[in-house]
Write a protein that binds this ligand. Sequence first.
Ligand SMILES: *[C@@H]1O[C@H](CO)[C@@H](O)[C@H](O)[C@H]1NC(C)=O
Ligand SMILES: *[C@@H]1O[C@H](CO)[C@@H](O)[C@H](O)[C@H]1NC(C)=O
Ligand SMILES: *[C@@H]1O[C@H](CO)[C@@H](O)[C@H](O)[C@H]1NC(C)=O
Ligand SMILES: *[C@@H]1O[C@H](CO)[C@@H](O)[C@H](O)[C@H]1NC(C)=O
Ligand SMILES: *[C@@H]1O[C@H](CO)[C@@H](O)[C@H](O)[C@H]1NC(C)=O
Ligand SMILES: *[C@@H]1O[C@H](CO)[C@@H](O)[C@H](O)[C@H]1NC(C)=O
Length: 394
Amino acid sequence: MRISVFASQALLTGLGFAFTHPGLLHTGADFERVVAKVKANSEPWKTGWTILTSNSHASATYKASPQATVIRGTCDGCASENYSKLFNDAAAAYALALRWKISGDTSFADTGKSILDAWASTLKVINGTSDKFLASGIYGYQLANAAEVLRSYSGWPASNFNALSTMLVSVFYPMNHAFLVNHNGATIDHYWANWDLANIATMQAIGVLSDNQTMYNEAVNYFKTGAGNGALPKAIWKLYTESGSTKGLGQNQEAGRDQGHATLDFSLLGVIAQQSYNQGDDLFGYLSNRILAGSEYCAKYNVNKTVPYATYTNSDVTQTIISNASRGTVRPAWELLYAHYSSLKGLNASWTGKMRDYVVEQSGGAEGGGGNYGSTSGGFDQLGYGTLMYRLDA
Ligand SMILES: *[C@@H]1O[C@H](CO)[C@@H](O)[C@H](O)[C@H]1NC(C)=O
Ligand SMILES: *[C@@H]1O[C@H](CO)[C@@H](O)[C@H](O)[C@H]1NC(C)=O
Ligand SMILES: *[C@@H]1O[C@H](CO)[C@@H](O)[C@H](O)[C@H]1NC(C)=O
Ligand SMILES: *[C@@H]1O[C@H](CO)[C@@H](O)[C@H](O)[C@H]1NC(C)=O
Ligand SMILES: *[C@@H]1O[C@H](CO)[C@@H](O)[C@H](O)[C@H]1NC(C)=O
Ligand SMILES: *[C@@H]1O[C@H](CO)[C@@H](O)[C@H](O)[C@H]1NC(C)=O
């Protein structure tokens, strides 16, 4: 990691590395931009703000439901699932953190911190079937992002911030590490890419939140060279040149499975790349913009165009055609990718842009967040609100 230009805001660690704060999904400069857009009533940020403030998860009266044991995955002899408590509360903590940071109204920060305090003092175990490793991956980075925004709130004592950070380090990180090392005892190609990607995203986020360079590096190194399907060369494994153009397209590991999971991979890839970029590491650009090639491929298929496909084989399945199951899945994931590659870097992300526009249209004019896409887990797989938070002037 390079020392960031925001070094004056950064906390020096004992090793001499500096992390920028806030520096997970959003920087201080991002918040300045968003505040100005919302104050000016500019579209589409204004609609994004209205969607956020209308979501019940962003209400100052939201009540947390902390659990000592969170269960994801039902099986004979397992306790019943209750992980919806965690994903609703993580979405709420994040929505409230944004609402405070953008409006300046501390009532939202107070509710947000109370959610994080409640989980910090209560959660001890994440259990269930193998699906417990989805919970350790998908919800850890979400809580860490809420905390990363709220850490600058003067009404949240450092001891409470530290308790939340310690809980993430002691409950989530060991599961992230165990999964990336052992994959629940399975053969290395058994778990689909999203399982690794989620656990990478959370490990990386906890590393930044807790100023732990070793942990952050463990996540980034796995992303580059890990053995499982979430490592980038495996997650986007087959490259093509689009016919009639010079654009690269990259077939993703879950393309032959279904598009609900294929698109989830891009939600998570965006998170990992953004969290690194804000610390001075360019994973968006890694392997010649490999994530962009993958995003263009996945987006193109999901806006109903044809893409090339090569048979995918692992220890469990052989998939000879791309899967049309859940084609056109609406996930608030594409604003982040389009903003980075097209608006910031000037690269051609036209299919990602079409998918972004489709999701925005389906969402009422801007990407929503947890609670705007149904009550089941898929609608909480990503934090969302991307139109508000990532959209840049063209
Ligand atoms: C997790 O659940 C399994 C199966 O129900 C149980 O055997 C195990 O003791 C639980 N672990 C923890 C730490 O609660
Ligand atoms: C969540 O699961 C744990 C472990 O089975 C249980 O003690 C707790 O009551 C559950 N919570 C809810 C809200 O169901
Ligand atoms: C940082 O995380 C690593 C695991 O990646 C851990 O072994 C180490 O103790 C942590 N360092 C601190 C200062 O907490
Ligand atoms: C793709 O086709 C489906 C089914 O006809 C349709 O509902 C959807 O709007 C189309 N998507 C786009 C981006 O046009
Ligand atoms: C989806 O793919 C299956 C298998 O190739 C095919 O039979 C079906 O017609 C396709 N459905 C649509 C809506 O394209
Ligand atoms: C971007 O790529 C698409 C093909 O994916 C192509 O049709 C379009 O002309 C390109 N745009 C520019 C500005 O080069």
